[in-house]
Design a protein around this ligand. Structure first.
Ligand SMILES: O=C(O)C(=O)C[C@H](O)[C@H](O)COP(=O)(O)O
Length: 225
């Protein structure tokens, strides 16, 4: 990239601290994990790092989330966040378990405010201009764009990025190795998220070599963008 995107200028006081954004900007891929059994967290973390990624989002879609966040946070190679966070209580549970960032599917003013109060970076979902303005009003500069493909994918992000020049997106939903470069080629995209390298079937069967292989393929594709 030859030009500097406005979002790379010094961030505001409420923006995520450099740790999260830098780690995401380095790997450019955020695996979104749905774990049924927290005992799989450690081998999964090892498989992801072997494939070249260290940032991971563990979703609150299952009861194993808190234990999985705790287990993965013990691995110093990993930068663990919590996803599908819908309530302030889940923010507290996630942070107590070691989560270093919070991701939400949509924009909840009370979840965002609570994250800011406890000092944990938050990436809320924002799918419309109104929701993006809510994020800006809250002092944020990065949002999840979910479900990315269903909402219009790359053309939609281009259209949204035009008026919101300082906003960065983490498109998630329908992203995979075959299309991630289209997203990562946009200057407004910080990283892409998705489940394709950590599909529930792979995790249930403990197919860690496959997770590593899919992760490495995604990392290689991202490097070409
Ligand atoms: O659970 C959440 O909080 C979400 O927002 C949903 C996930 O990020 C998407 O389901 C990932 O989408 P796929 O990669 O297409 O599977």
């Amino acid at each position: 990239m030859t030009s500097v995107h406005p979002s790379e200028q010094p961030a505001g006081p409420s923006a995520p601290p450099p740790g999260v954004s830098e780690t995401l900007a380095a790997g450019r891929i955020l695996p979104v994990v749905v774990l049924e059994d927290a005992r799989a967290a450690a081998p999964l973390g090892a498989a992801l790092t072997a494939g070249g990624l260290r940032t991971v989002e563990v979703t609150f879609r299952t009861d194993a989330a808190v234990d999985a966040i705790r287990a993965m946070s013990e691995d110093p190679r990993l930068f663990v966040g919590a996803g599908t966070v819908l309530t302030p209580g889940q923010v507290d549970e996630a942070v107590a378990a070691g989560a270093r960032f919070i991701v939400c599917p949509g924009f909840s003013p009370r979840v965002v405010a609570h994250c800011q109060q406890v000092g944990v970076p938050v990436f809320p979902g924002a799918a419309t201009p109104t929701e993006i303005q809510m994020a800006i009003d809250a002092g944020l500069d990065t949002v999840k764009f979910f479900p990315a493909e269903q909402l219009g994918g790359v053309p939609m992000i281009k259209a949204l990025a035009a008026p919101f020049r300082a906003i960065r997106f983490i498109p998630t939903g329908g992203v995979h190795t075959g299309n991630l470069r289209d997203y990562l080629g946009l200057p407004s995209v910080l990283a892409v998220g998705g489940t394709w390298m950590v599909a529930p079937g792979l995790l249930a069967e403990g197919r860690w070599d496959d997770v590593t292989e899919l992760t490495a393929a995604a990392v290689a594709a991202a490097r070409k963008s």
